[in-house]
Design a protein around this ligand. Structure first.
Ligand code: HPA
Ligand code: ZN
Length: 338
């Protein structure tokens, strides 16, 4: 019998909730700042890490948007993506559906194409070098207005064949999904998948709005749905995937202790939960660490880990034959490790 960390490392799995700008490690932040002659408000990598003490989502977002300011060229975005894929490939990740925040870059004067071309180049290189497949989800920043979201969707028009879907992130409370109902409808008409952060800090009503008004295919986080039993029953009945982020929840004080994390309760309730890293450079761990720390804290069984791995593929937007191949890969792994 191999130990839990090794079992998890070898288990084929997908990551469905990852903000690529949130994988910017302080070392790369300093390299890019130097390369682009940008001054940072920190004197050292250690000083950056020391600033990563957050008491809520907004504390984190303030520093995350500043950090992203060092990304200037296609090469920077490609390097960022490659650094992330190198880490998750080592964690046994086979597929990623990654978020990017174009408005964070266009609002500081970068053309839309810089971020997307660089990321697409990094994704193609990662598939060649590491065998990790990936696709892009464009997130609208919910603290900005609907017009800005429509402008972003228009900027994305030439790239729609290379964008899988749209998402909704940034400051949740005070910016309900209803604010973006029309732009999500427009995205749906263009054949894009739809996901939204809901129930991280916002109330269960925001999760309902994401379902009813944005017609989402997945809920990102969803923790606070647990406060509403009727909503839980609906999410179970609809087989809705929740992209849960345990170390993020701990760092942003959504939970006080990993041992009190609701992931196991979600599985017990029949919810289709998955494990993800959110912003790994800021929250203390990539996909593998999210899995191992959560497995230990909640004493997850092998069967529960396998369910989580299968959920990560059945909850992905991969075509059915690719999902079947990954599920067969999990079964093959289990028979060689029983
Ligand atoms: N929540 C909301 N918005 C975000 C996050 C998050 O955890 N990370 C990056 N943007
Ligand atoms: Zn997120």
């Amino acid at each position: 019998m191999i130990d839990v960390a090794r079992f998890i490392q070898g288990l084929p799995k997908a990551e469905l909730h990852l903000h690529i700008e949130g994988s910017l490690e302080p070392e790369l932040m300093f390299d890019l700042a130097r390369r682009n002659r940008i001054s940072l408000p920190f004197t050292s990598v250690e000083a950056v890490r020391a600033a990563y003490a957050f008491s809520n989502l907004q504390d984190f977002l303030d520093i995350y948007y500043k950090g992203a300011g060092v990304l200037m060229t296609e090469q920077d975005f490609q390097d960022l993506a490659m650094a992330y894929f190198r880490r998750v490939a080592a964690d046994g990740c086979r597929h990623v559906e990654l978020f990017f925040d174009p408005q964070t870059h266009t609002d500081r004067g970068l053309p839309f194409r810089i971020a997307i071309e660089g990321l697409l180049a990094g994704m193609a290189e990662a598939e060649r070098r590491f065998g990790v497949s990936s696709s892009l989800i464009l997130c609208f920043l919910r603290h900005l207005d609907e017009d800005a979201a429509f402008t972003t969707l228009r900027a994305a028009e030439p790239y729609l064949d290379r964008i899988l879907g749209v998402g909704l992130d940034s400051s949740e409370v005070g910016h309900p999904p209803s604010k973006f109902a029309r732009v999500f409808a427009a995205a749906g008409e263009r054949g894009l998948k739809r996901v939204a952060h809901a129930g991280e800090e916002g109330p269960p009503a925001y999760v309902r709005e994401a379902l009813d008004l944005l017609h989402v295919d997945r809920i990102d986080h969803g923790n606070r749905a647990l406060e509403d039993p009727a909503l839980v029953a609906r999410l179970v009945a609809e087989g809705m995937t929740l992209t849960v982020c345990p170390l993020s929840n701990l760092k942003l004080c959504v939970v006080d202790d990993l041992k009190a994390h609701p992931l196991k309760r979600m599985l017990d309730l029949g919810l289709k939960a998955t494990i993800n890293s959110d912003d790994p450079a800021y929250f203390g761990g990539y996909l593998g660490r999210n899995w191992t720390e959560t497995a230990q804290a909640l004493s997850l069984s092998r069967a529960e880990l396998v369910t989580l791995a299968k959920n990560s593929f059945t909850g992905s937007f991969l075509p059915p034959d690719a999902v079947s191949d990954h599920l067969a890969g999990i079964d093959a792994y289990l028979s060689s490790n029983s």
